[in-house]
Design a binder for this molecule. Sequence first.
Ligand code: W6P
Length: 428
Amino acid sequence: HINMQRIKLVATRRETPLSMAQCLKLGQHLSSKALLKNLAFLNRELPVRFSKRIIELTNLPGELKETEPFMNLIKNYSRSFEELQTFSDNGHLFFLSSNTCLRDDLDIDDKESLKFSMQKEYAELLQNITNRHKQDVISMAHGISLFKRYQDNRNKPSEEIQHFLNAFNRGRLGIRIMVGHHLALQHQFYHLNEPSSPPSAPPPASASAYLSTPSSAHSQRIGIIEPQCDIEALILKAAQSAQFVFFQHYNTVFPPNIHIEHVKEVGGRNVRFPVVPALLHHILFELLKNAMRATAEFHGLDQSTYPDIQIRLLSTANGDLNITIKDYGGGMPSEKVVKPFNYMFTTASNTVCIDFHSIMTAVEKKPHNATLGENLPLCGFGFGLATSKLYARLFHGDLTLNSTTGQGTEANITLKRLEDQIEQLEEA
Ligand code: W6P
């Protein structure tokens, strides 16, 4: 059973937008006290965010929310909400957040070890919740495909459902970022301080695997943020993944290459930019995959070479970053005919994917798992461009597509400078 009364009450509270600069600062001045403060923040914030997601789910049309996948989503979100609420209710944080400790019966060492076991317990709770919600996106695709079959042959999910998916995915991503950042920071901190750290074992190792791309050799990763990400290296990595998927799909056909225009900053170094690599990788991989597929299909699969995909990096005067990815794949019909940012859109055939079995097959066959630690299929149910735009916009950036008919498509990613990377809780 679900306590909707409580959920509705908590959902009236406001979400606090994340600031990338603050997330970074937290990680740069890491201490057990800072981690505790962040724990207290999450303890306040997460129930609000989960309650809002539950409200969004329960506002869906009956025929959709009564599909099995959506009933499961509601059940899972309610369960996570209850668990977070229980932790909070147990009063763990009552003395934890205050400097003057109310438990005078405890000596300093006891207090320290109590604090530590609390952090550990919370980390385990967060890790469980993370795992529980890994398959959310697939559940949504599944639910919607059942709903559409039930309804009739109408292709596109309605505007209402597009709107829900944007709001829900945006909210879900915000949760995953703050939880992932906290877990990664805690993991990093207790590793650094192993010898002098509190008595019990550090948080589970899996925490670091969460919401992250494998960090490179030169990584200075702070939580889930790369403060000086080598953008060119990330593009190359995403391109390799896209080429790998391309080659798997078309077997004997060699994928188009990418060409990165070397726009150097003053001083001649490569462009460095603060990002959550997992998010940018998701966007780049999706765009490059589309660009490669369009190029090969436009020029014919019997070609031995294809025109390169042209990539340009541009730092703007105010410190933002622009990435353009241009392909010569013949372009797309105008936005009026084709809505590439709609969910359930796929560029492969300009039709809608409604075969859930093909989705599950794609999930099982997936060669790797570089995107947000989720089991997203590499090509499949047309969520890729929609979520990419959402991810770009989450921290005030954007993603647009411009086609020139008969020639190709240019994708434009804008990333805001660090100070302006503030979570956008609603559609602008
Ligand atoms: C196309 C369609 C598309 C979507 C996203 C990125 C690039 C491209 N190219 O033809």
